[in-house]
Design a protein around this ligand. Structure first.
Ligand code: ADP
Ligand code: ADP
Length: 228
Protein backbone atom coordinates (compact mmCIF):
# COMPACT_ATOMS: atom_id res chain seq x y z
CA UNK A 1 0.00 0.00 0.00
CA UNK A 2 3.01 2.26 0.52
CA UNK A 3 5.97 2.03 -1.83
CA UNK A 4 8.80 4.57 -1.59
CA UNK A 5 11.81 4.23 -3.80
CA UNK A 6 14.91 6.42 -3.81
CA UNK A 7 13.23 9.24 -1.92
CA UNK A 8 15.23 12.39 -1.23
CA UNK A 9 13.94 15.56 0.37
CA UNK A 10 15.83 18.81 0.54
CA UNK A 11 13.90 21.74 2.04
CA UNK A 12 14.11 25.18 0.42
CA UNK A 13 16.57 26.29 3.14
CA UNK A 14 19.02 23.62 1.91
CA UNK A 15 18.51 21.09 4.73
CA UNK A 16 18.39 17.53 3.42
CA UNK A 17 15.93 15.58 5.57
CA UNK A 18 15.72 12.35 3.50
CA UNK A 19 18.71 10.85 1.79
CA UNK A 20 17.50 7.95 -0.35
CA UNK A 21 14.67 6.06 1.37
CA UNK A 22 13.39 2.70 0.06
CA UNK A 23 10.42 1.31 2.01
CA UNK A 24 7.47 -0.97 1.25
CA UNK A 25 4.56 -1.38 3.62
CA UNK A 26 1.71 -3.84 2.99
CA UNK A 27 -1.98 -3.34 3.79
CA UNK A 28 -2.70 -4.30 7.40
CA UNK A 29 0.80 -3.81 8.80
CA UNK A 30 1.52 -1.93 12.04
CA UNK A 31 4.83 -0.10 11.72
CA UNK A 32 6.77 2.02 14.20
CA UNK A 33 9.09 4.71 12.86
CA UNK A 34 11.90 5.44 15.34
CA UNK A 35 15.11 7.44 15.37
CA UNK A 36 16.76 10.48 16.99
CA UNK A 37 15.29 14.00 16.77
CA UNK A 38 16.00 15.57 13.42
CA UNK A 39 16.53 12.15 11.75
CA UNK A 40 13.78 12.73 9.20
CA UNK A 41 10.86 10.78 10.72
CA UNK A 42 8.28 13.57 10.34
CA UNK A 43 9.46 14.32 6.82
CA UNK A 44 9.13 10.61 5.96
CA UNK A 45 5.58 10.58 7.33
CA UNK A 46 4.65 13.81 5.55
CA UNK A 47 5.60 12.22 2.22
CA UNK A 48 2.84 9.66 2.69
CA UNK A 49 -0.09 12.06 2.92
CA UNK A 50 1.51 14.54 0.56
CA UNK A 51 2.17 17.20 3.16
CA UNK A 52 5.58 17.38 1.50
CA UNK A 53 6.71 16.33 -1.95
CA UNK A 54 9.97 14.45 -2.62
CA UNK A 55 12.80 16.34 -4.27
CA UNK A 56 13.63 13.07 -6.03
CA UNK A 57 12.21 9.54 -6.04
CA UNK A 58 8.79 7.88 -6.15
CA UNK A 59 6.09 7.65 -3.48
CA UNK A 60 3.10 5.44 -4.24
CA UNK A 61 0.25 5.23 -1.72
CA UNK A 62 -2.92 3.24 -2.48
CA UNK A 63 -1.92 3.26 -6.14
CA UNK A 64 -1.68 7.08 -6.20
CA UNK A 65 1.66 8.36 -7.49
CA UNK A 66 2.15 11.13 -4.94
CA UNK A 67 5.37 12.42 -6.45
CA UNK A 68 3.40 13.75 -9.39
CA UNK A 69 -0.08 14.03 -7.90
CA UNK A 70 -1.76 17.30 -8.81
CA UNK A 71 -2.44 19.56 -5.83
CA UNK A 72 -6.17 19.47 -6.49
CA UNK A 73 -6.18 15.64 -6.17
CA UNK A 74 -4.63 15.74 -2.68
CA UNK A 75 -7.99 15.94 -0.83
CA UNK A 76 -9.13 12.72 -2.52
CA UNK A 77 -5.95 10.95 -1.38
CA UNK A 78 -6.42 12.22 2.16
CA UNK A 79 -9.93 10.78 2.46
CA UNK A 80 -8.27 7.41 2.61
CA UNK A 81 -5.73 8.43 5.23
CA UNK A 82 -6.42 9.36 8.85
CA UNK A 83 -3.78 11.45 10.60
CA UNK A 84 -3.23 11.73 14.36
CA UNK A 85 -0.81 14.31 15.82
CA UNK A 86 1.05 14.64 19.11
CA UNK A 87 -0.83 17.86 19.94
CA UNK A 88 -4.26 16.51 18.83
CA UNK A 89 -5.12 19.50 16.59
CA UNK A 90 -8.81 19.56 17.50
CA UNK A 91 -10.92 22.59 16.65
CA UNK A 92 -11.24 24.29 20.07
CA UNK A 93 -14.65 25.91 19.59
CA UNK A 94 -16.35 22.84 18.22
CA UNK A 95 -17.82 20.02 20.28
CA UNK A 96 -16.43 16.51 20.21
CA UNK A 97 -19.30 15.53 17.90
CA UNK A 98 -18.60 18.42 15.52
CA UNK A 99 -14.86 17.75 15.46
CA UNK A 100 -15.52 14.19 14.32
CA UNK A 101 -18.47 15.01 12.05
CA UNK A 102 -16.46 17.58 10.12
CA UNK A 103 -14.72 15.00 7.91
CA UNK A 104 -18.10 13.56 6.90
CA UNK A 105 -19.71 16.95 6.26
CA UNK A 106 -16.92 17.71 3.81
CA UNK A 107 -17.94 14.68 1.73
CA UNK A 108 -21.61 15.70 2.01
CA UNK A 109 -23.01 12.74 3.89
CA UNK A 110 -26.63 13.16 5.08
CA UNK A 111 -27.17 14.34 8.69
CA UNK A 112 -28.65 10.96 9.55
CA UNK A 113 -25.63 9.01 8.26
CA UNK A 114 -23.28 11.48 9.96
CA UNK A 115 -25.00 11.15 13.32
CA UNK A 116 -24.96 7.35 13.21
CA UNK A 117 -21.35 7.08 12.11
CA UNK A 118 -20.02 9.72 14.54
CA UNK A 119 -21.73 8.06 17.50
CA UNK A 120 -20.39 4.70 16.35
CA UNK A 121 -16.74 5.88 16.33
CA UNK A 122 -17.16 7.81 19.58
CA UNK A 123 -18.42 4.57 21.10
CA UNK A 124 -15.39 2.75 19.68
CA UNK A 125 -13.01 5.15 21.48
CA UNK A 126 -15.12 5.18 24.66
CA UNK A 127 -16.40 8.76 24.41
CA UNK A 128 -20.07 8.41 23.48
CA UNK A 129 -21.06 10.23 26.67
CA UNK A 130 -18.83 13.23 25.90
CA UNK A 131 -20.15 14.09 22.44
CA UNK A 132 -21.34 17.54 23.58
CA UNK A 133 -18.14 18.53 25.37
CA UNK A 134 -15.55 20.88 23.88
CA UNK A 135 -11.86 19.85 23.78
CA UNK A 136 -10.90 22.08 26.76
CA UNK A 137 -13.29 20.09 28.94
CA UNK A 138 -11.45 16.84 28.23
CA UNK A 139 -8.22 15.28 29.51
CA UNK A 140 -5.28 14.89 27.12
CA UNK A 141 -6.02 11.20 26.64
CA UNK A 142 -9.66 11.94 25.86
CA UNK A 143 -8.67 14.63 23.36
CA UNK A 144 -6.37 12.14 21.64
CA UNK A 145 -9.24 9.65 21.50
CA UNK A 146 -11.37 12.29 19.78
CA UNK A 147 -8.54 12.84 17.30
CA UNK A 148 -8.43 9.10 16.64
CA UNK A 149 -12.22 9.01 16.14
CA UNK A 150 -11.88 11.85 13.64
CA UNK A 151 -9.04 10.01 11.87
CA UNK A 152 -11.06 6.80 11.40
CA UNK A 153 -14.56 8.17 10.80
CA UNK A 154 -14.14 7.87 7.02
CA UNK A 155 -12.97 4.23 7.23
CA UNK A 156 -9.45 5.03 5.94
CA UNK A 157 -7.17 2.19 4.85
CA UNK A 158 -4.23 3.91 6.53
CA UNK A 159 -3.79 5.76 9.82
CA UNK A 160 -0.64 7.82 10.32
CA UNK A 161 0.22 8.81 13.88
CA UNK A 162 3.09 11.22 14.56
CA UNK A 163 4.08 10.66 18.21
CA UNK A 164 0.45 10.17 19.31
CA UNK A 165 1.45 9.51 22.93
CA UNK A 166 4.12 12.23 23.11
CA UNK A 167 2.02 14.47 25.37
CA UNK A 168 0.41 11.72 27.43
CA UNK A 169 1.30 9.93 30.67
CA UNK A 170 2.18 6.20 30.50
CA UNK A 171 -1.22 4.90 31.59
CA UNK A 172 -3.07 7.06 29.06
CA UNK A 173 -0.56 6.03 26.40
CA UNK A 174 -1.50 2.37 26.94
CA UNK A 175 -5.17 3.22 26.33
CA UNK A 176 -4.26 4.95 23.08
CA UNK A 177 -2.15 1.96 22.01
CA UNK A 178 -5.03 -0.40 22.77
CA UNK A 179 -7.32 1.62 20.50
CA UNK A 180 -4.72 1.74 17.72
CA UNK A 181 -4.25 -2.03 18.02
CA UNK A 182 -8.01 -2.57 17.68
CA UNK A 183 -8.10 -0.39 14.58
CA UNK A 184 -5.18 -2.35 13.14
CA UNK A 185 -6.84 -5.68 14.00
CA UNK A 186 -9.78 -4.61 11.82
CA UNK A 187 -7.39 -4.38 8.84
CA UNK A 188 -6.25 -0.74 8.85
CA UNK A 189 -2.56 -0.12 8.21
CA UNK A 190 -0.92 1.91 11.00
CA UNK A 191 2.27 3.91 10.70
CA UNK A 192 3.37 5.47 13.98
CA UNK A 193 6.40 7.62 14.74
CA UNK A 194 7.33 7.32 18.40
CA UNK A 195 10.03 8.07 20.97
CA UNK A 196 8.55 5.61 23.46
CA UNK A 197 10.93 2.75 24.17
CA UNK A 198 8.32 1.20 26.50
CA UNK A 199 5.65 1.11 23.82
CA UNK A 200 7.87 -0.26 21.06
CA UNK A 201 9.39 -2.94 23.28
CA UNK A 202 6.01 -3.95 24.75
CA UNK A 203 3.69 -3.96 21.73
CA UNK A 204 6.09 -5.70 19.32
CA UNK A 205 5.66 -4.64 15.69
CA UNK A 206 7.73 -3.90 12.64
CA UNK A 207 10.32 -1.21 13.45
CA UNK A 208 11.81 1.11 10.84
CA UNK A 209 14.69 3.20 12.25
CA UNK A 210 15.67 6.39 10.45
CA UNK A 211 18.97 8.22 11.05
CA UNK A 212 20.31 11.12 9.02
CA UNK A 213 17.59 10.64 6.42
CA UNK A 214 18.31 6.95 5.83
CA UNK A 215 16.64 3.70 6.91
CA UNK A 216 19.30 2.13 9.13
CA UNK A 217 17.18 -0.75 10.47
CA UNK A 218 13.95 -2.48 9.38
CA UNK A 219 12.92 -5.38 11.62
CA UNK A 220 9.89 -7.60 12.06
CA UNK A 221 8.86 -7.46 15.76
CA UNK A 222 11.82 -5.18 16.42
CA UNK A 223 13.12 -3.31 19.46
CA UNK A 224 13.24 0.44 20.05
CA UNK A 225 17.05 0.28 20.10
CA UNK A 226 17.86 3.68 21.62
CA UNK A 227 18.47 4.56 25.26
CA UNK A 228 15.87 7.33 25.39
P1 ADP B 1 12.32 14.12 13.01
O1 ADP B 1 10.85 13.99 12.82
O2 ADP B 1 13.03 12.80 12.98
O3 ADP B 1 12.70 14.92 14.22
P2 ADP B 1 12.25 15.96 10.74
O4 ADP B 1 11.77 15.25 9.56
O5 ADP B 1 11.30 16.83 11.48
O6 ADP B 1 12.93 14.90 11.74
O7 ADP B 1 13.50 16.85 10.35
C1 ADP B 1 14.60 16.38 9.58
C2 ADP B 1 15.51 17.57 9.27
O8 ADP B 1 14.82 18.45 8.38
C3 ADP B 1 15.88 18.41 10.47
O9 ADP B 1 17.20 18.88 10.27
C4 ADP B 1 14.90 19.54 10.44
O10 ADP B 1 15.42 20.69 11.04
C5 ADP B 1 14.69 19.73 8.95
N1 ADP B 1 13.34 20.23 8.59
C6 ADP B 1 12.16 19.66 8.91
N2 ADP B 1 11.12 20.35 8.41
C7 ADP B 1 11.67 21.41 7.74
C8 ADP B 1 11.14 22.50 6.98
N3 ADP B 1 9.82 22.65 6.79
N4 ADP B 1 12.01 23.39 6.45
C9 ADP B 1 13.33 23.22 6.62
N5 ADP B 1 13.90 22.23 7.29
C10 ADP B 1 13.09 21.31 7.85
P1 ADP C 1 1.27 19.83 -8.62
O1 ADP C 1 -0.15 20.19 -8.44
O2 ADP C 1 1.77 20.00 -10.01
O3 ADP C 1 1.61 18.50 -8.02
P2 ADP C 1 2.08 21.41 -6.32
O4 ADP C 1 1.23 20.51 -5.49
O5 ADP C 1 3.47 21.64 -5.84
O6 ADP C 1 2.15 20.91 -7.83
O7 ADP C 1 1.42 22.84 -6.44
C1 ADP C 1 0.34 23.12 -7.28
C2 ADP C 1 -0.28 24.41 -6.80
O8 ADP C 1 -0.85 24.21 -5.50
C3 ADP C 1 0.73 25.53 -6.71
O9 ADP C 1 0.26 26.66 -7.37
C4 ADP C 1 0.89 25.81 -5.24
O10 ADP C 1 0.92 27.19 -4.96
C5 ADP C 1 -0.35 25.18 -4.62
N1 ADP C 1 0.06 24.54 -3.36
C6 ADP C 1 1.05 23.64 -3.22
N2 ADP C 1 1.20 23.28 -1.95
C7 ADP C 1 0.28 23.98 -1.24
C8 ADP C 1 -0.07 24.06 0.14
N3 ADP C 1 0.55 23.33 1.09
N4 ADP C 1 -1.08 24.88 0.48
C9 ADP C 1 -1.73 25.59 -0.45
N5 ADP C 1 -1.44 25.58 -1.77
C10 ADP C 1 -0.45 24.79 -2.16
Amino acid sequence: MIDMQGVYKTYPNGVTALNGIDVRIEQGEFVYVVGPSGAGKSTFIKMIFREEKPTKGTVIVNNHKLHDLKWKRVPYLRRNIGVVYQDFKLLPKMTVFENVAFALEVIEETPKVIRKRVMEVLDQVGLKNKARFIPDELSGGEQQRVAIARAIVNHPQLVIADEPTGNLDPETSWEIMKILEEINAAGTTILMATHSKEIVNTFKKRVIAIEDGLVVRDEHRGEYGYEI
